[in-house]
Design a protein around this ligand. Structure first.
Ligand SMILES: [Zn+2]
Length: 255
């Protein structure tokens, strides 16, 4: 069973058919998972279980309720994904573990997939986003509707949304990771790519005011390393600053 299938099964068992009915703490309680908040340093959430006793701690320093909820769903993901294959686990999950798309830590990626499907079941997500133009205003609205984080919502959109899109997280002017929808025509955008001056994200890292509404940029701004990158052509780009992490989240889609 995949992490997403496990999340779907849980929603079915607890007869949850709308985002309003999903109370993670109630499911945790029914499953004998103890959930508590604590002043954690260096991580957003922790889980430890042994002999059917599981304890989850969520950082009391998370100010965004959506990030807090996604962190709890992520820790629950470790439990439901791994309880049958291990006798005991301990994880201290960092911002990067919880907010990165598909990097090389399988159990973190699986926990995120579980959390994404639990909080934003794909069919509900498709209904909430269909026939709506893509931009961060839509993603923020949907994140609020499902009570989850903007990054998790944007990742979900790139995976299952109506328009092929690309999500990029850059930090200190350098791309940390990108997630490209498989129907998008360009794909080569790797970690370490320097954010180009044509992008509004560049302004943010240069200490200038960043344009918040959507913008049109040359394709080579982001895909100059891609074999198929044309000399001319443009993309839509929109950015959101994440000052606590000196990062910018960028979404790109075709003009
Ligand atoms: Zn984790």
């Amino acid at each position: 069973m995949t992490p997403a299938e496990r999340a779907k099964e849980l929603l079915k068992i607890y007869c949850i058919d709308s985002p309003e009915k999903l109370v993670l703490e109630d499911i945790a309680f029914a499953e004998n998972l103890i959930v508590d908040e604590e002043d954690l340093t260096n991580c957003l959430g922790k889980i430890q279980f042994k002999n059917d006793l599981a304890l989850i701690k969520i950082s009391s320093n998370i100010s965004d309720p959506g990030q807090k909820k996604f962190t709890l769903a992520h820790e629950m993901g470790h439990y439901f994904n791994e309880k049958e294959i291990r006798n005991s686990i301990f994880y201290a999950c960092t911002y990067k573990d919880i907010n990165t798309y598909n990097f090389n830590k399988k159990f973190e990626t699986d926990a995120n997939e579980f959390a994404s499907e639990l909080l934003m079941p794909t069919s509900w997500f498709a209904n909430a986003t269909k026939r709506r133009p893509l931009n961060f205003e839509l993603l923020k609205e949907v994140a609020a509707q499902f009570g989850t984080s903007l990054t998790a919502t944007a990742i979900k959109y790139v995976k299952h949304g109506a328009y092929p899109a690309v999500l990029v997280l850059s930090k200190n002017g350098i791309v940390e990771w990108s997630f490209v929808n498989e129907a998008f025509p360009y794909s080569w955008l790797k970690k370490g790519y320097k954010v180009r001056k044509e992008s509004s994200a560049f302004d943010y890292f240069a200490g200038k005011e960043m344009q918040l509404c959507d913008d049109i940029v040359p394709i080579h701004t982001w895909f100059s390393d891609d074999f198929n990158c044309p000399d001319v052509g443009e993309l839509n780009e929109q950015n959101v600053a994440m000052p606590s992490y000196n990062s910018v989240l960028t979404i790109l889609w075709e003009v």
